[in-house]
Ligand binder design. Structure first.
Ligand code: URA
Length: 434
């Protein structure tokens, strides 16, 4: 087999065989296929796409390129959840303890934030003492004991994806549905999931800016799941504005705790109950979605979900007293109130720009190894459709610097207020199942 022939085949819109896909991924991982040929191949896929069978084989070839996490010692069906990323997306902080409290084993590997989106691992690290580096034996032990552990990525999982993703980043081939779908699914499968719940974001703060593209991505991932024998569902949810009110690591932990107490924002609560119901149902802890949802609602109302969060935090070395005493979370030195220059309705809150504003404050990193400030960020007081009076505070800014003119400017530019009444955006557009 020669790589040049396979590039030509894909360039001409033909489907590759399983053997050919394995040849490409194995050769590339081993360094036998050079970046320039892989770049040409990625571009051919970008324009020509892939069949369902090709996507499934590409996914499994990437899974097989590295280590796989063995969760077989954990009792029960391990349902993993993945979000395609957004601003203010702290669902894992709520969902993990919430579904664990309903008996679902949560053995979760999460990532750090990059650019305008945050990462669960950074958020958890804002809890004093919390460890995200735990070896596999301890990880399995904690999940069997408490039904929950969340760790940073360890081991050499999907090295083919790591290499290919870095290449796509510099060859304008990130935004290809077969490549995104196989990239995400390979990581979930290598991390040991039996079943997968996907939260595919749509809107200005998401990878996929419109509903049609989001649907295509969701369908591609659900099909891959079906073809490789992993039950998968995808919920398409709104990211035209940030999720909840808080953006920034410690601020988001606080909002997640409020949500576990039943006092969280409406959109975050609803999304967690929706995704969580699928997780509970797929883990066979309830025999219908309605019963699954009831179980989760009861868990919040009774305080069981919050207790599970405390147990989880303590088990990973964190100070669980932050739940009752939030002053123990990192705090910024300064707060600033952003006041409305005119009255009207909030028409737009560009999620990506708001995420960038938080990054300027230090809440996110512009490069992979940059340090972040866990205390800083933003609290929105209004969401799309809300009415604001002139002079009313619509954002509070938490900062460790006094000069925040740039941040204020980004926020004034990205949060649009006018006399036009605007409807609240739909939160959940659709669920894609097999
Ligand atoms: N996230 C991933 O993990 N992979 C992609 O290709 C895009 C987003």
């Amino acid at each position: 087999m020669r790589m040049v022939d396979l590039i030509e085949k894909k360039r001409d819109g033909k489907a590759l065989t399983k053997k050919e896909i394995r040849y490409i991924i194995e050769g590339y991982t081993a360094g036998e296929i050079p970046d320039y040929q892989m770049s040409a191949f990625a571009m051919a896929v970008f324009f020509r796409g892939m069949t369902e069978e090709e996507m499934a084989e590409l996914t499994m070839a990437m899974v097989d390129s590295g280590e796989k996490i063995d969760l077989s010692e954990i009792k029960g069906i391990k349902v993993d959840k993945h979000s395609t990323g957004g601003v203010g997306d702290k669902t894992t902080l709520v969902l993990a303890p919430l579904v664990a409290s309903a008996g679902v084993p949560v053995a979760k590997m999460s990532g750090r934030g990059l650019g305008h989106t945050g990462g669960t691992i950074d958020k958890l690290e804002s809890i004093p003492g919390f460890h995200v580096e735990i070896d596999n034996r301890q990880f399995v032990r904690l999940v069997n004991q408490n039904k929950i552990a969340v760790v940073g990525q360890t081991g050499n999982l999907t090295p083919a994806d790591k290499k290919l993703y870095a290449l796509r980043d510099v060859t304008a081939t990130v935004n290809s549905i077969p490549l995104i779908a196989s990239s995400i699914m390979s990581k979930k499968i290598a991390a040991g999931a039996d079943a997968i719940v996907l939260d595919v974001k749509t809107g200005s703060g998401a990878f996929m800016k419109n509903i049609e593209e989001s649907k295509k991505l969701a369908k591609a991932m659900v099909k891959i799941g079906e073809n490789v024998g992993k039950k998968t569902i995808a919920v398409i949810s709104d990211m035209s504005q940030p999720l909840g009110f808080a953006i920034g690591n410690a601020l988001e932990v606080q909002e997640a705790i409020d949500t576990l107490k039943g006092e969280g924002p409406e959109d975050l609560t609803e999304l967690c109950l929706t995704l969580g119901s699928y997780m509970v149902y797929m883990a066979e802890k309830a025999d219908s979605l309605e019963k699954a949802r009831k179980l989760l609602e009861q868990s919040i109302a009774s305080g069981k979900a919050l207790e599970t969060f405390k147990t989880f935090v303590s088990a990973q070395g964190g100070d669980a007293s932050i739940v009752d005493d939030p002053s123990k979370l990192p705090h910024s030195s300064y707060t600033f109130e952003l006041k409305a220059k005119e009255e009207g309705y909030v028409n737009e809150i560009a999620a990506d720009a708001v995420g960038t504003a938080a990054m300027w404050l230090g809440a996110g990193r512009a490069t992979k190894d940059a340090a972040i400030d866990l205390a800083v960020g933003l609290i929105l007081h209004k969401k799309i459709g809300d009415y604001v009076k002139k002079g009313e505070t619509f954002v509070t800014i938490y900062s460790n610097q006094q000069d925040i003119e740039k941040v204020k400017q980004i926020l004034y530019d990205s949060i649009k207020i006018s006399n036009n009444k605007t409807k609240k955006p739909v939160l959940i557009y659709e669920t894609i199942t097999n």
